[in-house]
Design a protein around this ligand. Structure first.
Ligand code: VG1
Ligand code: CO
Length: 579
């Protein structure tokens, strides 16, 4: 088969965001659009491509299958030796990371990187979103140095290479298809999408302990995959390996359009689970399960719920860190350090301090954790956006987080006799607050706001940072019980490993009592702009720890909206999503 050189012209806006290139399917379907981006990636990787193995798979959303066939043909033309594809083109984002790090070919060869086809928690289908993200040798998302290079190449690209005569490969069956490519032997290996990941989970967790918990009749569980790729891993791990009742699984058959839903595991979008757990607007049909969890489209996010109880992601990572050593065999030698993204609450900071652990605060997006992990400085990390994970891979990991919680539940209940009262998710969280204090936390998202208005709002907030006394005067006029702002800044991060600096990572107002208001623009949207407002308040007084989060945060919310002139700039009187 020969290599065809196809003439093309650049597209605007092929800039990978927080997590890859995400656009409407209609944008991706434009002639040469996918090809330009894939060729730009190969060009940016330059000599790494020759003779390499590249993984291509994703969350199974609409347009993935077509894209896989295009990437196979382009890979052959660019000198790739072998392509690895999960059966049916499925691999969760964490599974891709595990495949890059652990899977070996017949001669011990490892993959150089992966194209992950997903727009994560964004809806899918012909009129919804698609995405392509490139991950590198360490299994983590490409760093800014590489994504900047890809972007700059997309702006001047004139041609791409493709071996058009290679037939479409049947990715529904495991096996190897071999061809004579333009630069020698070329093959496509289709393999079981769960194999490498399940092996890794078994290495990390005590499956016997978790199985014993799941076998207790009084322990009930519900896992909602929201029709994303997590479903295939849930079936394999929870049901086949851990003997969970198959009735515990909800929406675990992956669909190209996620059943028309929004595959985002939060209180707004995981409606069915939220209802079952007794957190919906109306009473549930049956007694809620003891434990509930959901994952997003590509299974890197997770939401953890107890019976009628929501665990904030910021608390979740703190609780996992506080309990990891006793409950999870992988961590038995201790944690190397912990890290969170800047907008994530400081619940983890308190644990790090108490346990004397190294602690890092990084910008939003998982790529910043990777360097710390590669340098052996961080074991457990998390983001407020329902992302939790560890150094077992270089992505956040939804199923891992669920197994971590099951491990903690199993550990805390190990001495409880059959039929005895089990310690619940809520008990664990309340116990944690009693020990470490509580961080009340909420996030307001204003989705699809006019991009110009969003920019103006951010500029207004930057301007305010030089007039803190005026802000404090305003605060006192609104509510005498709220602390004063001590400092306003734009978060900037200097990577302690490679020294690279990331600027403009969010606007912060830091209060004297540790409360924080953070504003940033989303980097994962596919249309307009999304403003995120993060609100946090610390409470260590035991008599005030139990109050409702909404009540505790109401004064800070009011101040944030006034300060930012949110409604005046955006025309929105309320956010699209509150988490
Ligand atoms: C959002 C979250 C961020 C997360 C990113 C990717 O980014 O805030 O914490 O890492 O999504 O998650 P942004 O720029 O829109 O705020 V995923 O599951 O979409 O890969
Ligand atoms: Co995701």
């Amino acid at each position: 088969f020969v290599r065809a050189v196809q003439k093309t012209t650049p597209f605007d806006g092929q800039k990978p965001g927080t997590s890859g290139l995400r656009k409407k399917v209609t944008v991706f379907k434009q002639l040469h659009y996918v090809e330009n981006f894939v060729q730009a990636t190969f060009n940016a990787l330059s000599e790494k491509v020759q003779g390499s193995i590249i993984v291509v798979s994703g969350d199974g959303r609409y347009f993935s299958k077509d894209t896989i066939q295009i990437i196979i043909k382009m890979a052959a033309a660019n000198g790739v030796k072998q392509i690895w594809v999960g059966q049916n083109g499925l691999l969760s984002t964490p599974a891709v990371s595990a495949v890059i790090r652990n899977r070996v070919g017949p001669h011990g060869e490892k993959a150089t990187g992966a194209f992950i086809l997903t727009a994560s928690h964004n809806p899918g289908g012909p009129h919804e979103d698609f995405g392509i993200k490139y991950n590198t040798e360490n299994g983590g998302p490409a760093l800014e140095s590489l994504t900047d290079k890809i972007y700059s190449i997309t702006k001047t690209i004139k041609e791409y290479y493709i071996a058009e005569e290679i037939p479409d490969v049947d990715i529904s069956k495991c096996g190897t298809s071999s061809f004579t490519g333009p630069s020698g032997p070329f093959s496509v290996v289709v393999f079981d999408a769960t194999e490498d990941y399940v092996k890794l989970m078994k290495h990390i967790f005590d499956f016997v302990a978790i199985k014993n918990l799941l076998l207790r009749p009084e322990f009930t569980f519900c896992f909602d995959a929201l029709h994303g790729v997590a479903g295939i891993y849930a079936q394999k791990i929870f049901v086949e390996e851990l003997s969970a009742n198959p009735g515990f699984l909800l929406n675990c058959v992956p669909k190209e359009d996620f059943g028309g839903g929004h595959p985002d595991p939060n209180l707004t979008y995981a409606k069915e689970l939220v209802q079952r757990m007794g957190l919906g607007k109306t009473a549930p049909a049956a007694e809620p399960p003891e434990f509930g969890a959901a994952a997003d489209g590509d299974a890197d996010r997770n939401m953890v719920l107890g019976k009628r109880f929501f665990v904030t992601p910021s608390d979740s990572v703190a609780i996992i860190a506080a309990n990891a050593v006793g409950a999870i065999p992988y961590f038995k030698a201790g944690l190397k350090g912990v890290a969170r993204s800047m907008p994530t609450s400081a619940a983890l900071d308190v644990v790090a301090k108490a346990l004397n652990l190294k602690f890092f605060e990084v910008p939003t997006g998982w790529k910043f954790f990777g360097n710390l992990m590669d340098a052996g400085m961080c074991s457990v990390c998390g983001e407020e956006s329902f992302g939790t994970g560890s150094d077992h891979i270089r992505e956040k990991d939804g199923i891992w987080a669920v197994l971590a919680w099951l491990s903690i539940l199993a550990h805390k209940n190990r001495g409880v006799p059959a039929g005895g009262k089990l310690m619940t998710v809520e008990d664990i969280v309340r116990q944690h607050w009693a020990t470490y204090g509580r961080h009340f936390y909420t996030r307001y998202d204003y989705e699809n706001v006019d991009a110009g208005a969003a920019k103006d709002l951010m500029a207004h907030l930057v301007g305010l940072q030089s007039s803190i006394p005026d802000i404090n005067k305003m605060i006192k006029e609104i509510n005498l019980n709220v602390a004063c702002v001590a400092k306003g800044d734009e978060f900037e991060y200097k990577d302690p490993v490679d020294g690279s600096v990331s600027k403009h990572q969010g606007i912060r107002f830091l209060f004297e009592d540790g409360s924080r208001l953070v504003f940033r623009l989303s980097g994962t949207g596919s249309e307009g702009a999304t403003i995120r407002l993060y609100i946090e308040q610390y409470q260590s007084d035991p008599s005030k720890i139990g109050i409702e989060s909404r009540v505790a945060l109401a004064p800070l919310v009011e101040i944030a909206l006034k300060l930012s002139k949110m409604e005046a700039f955006t025309g929105r009187s309320s956010p699209t999503v509150i988490t």
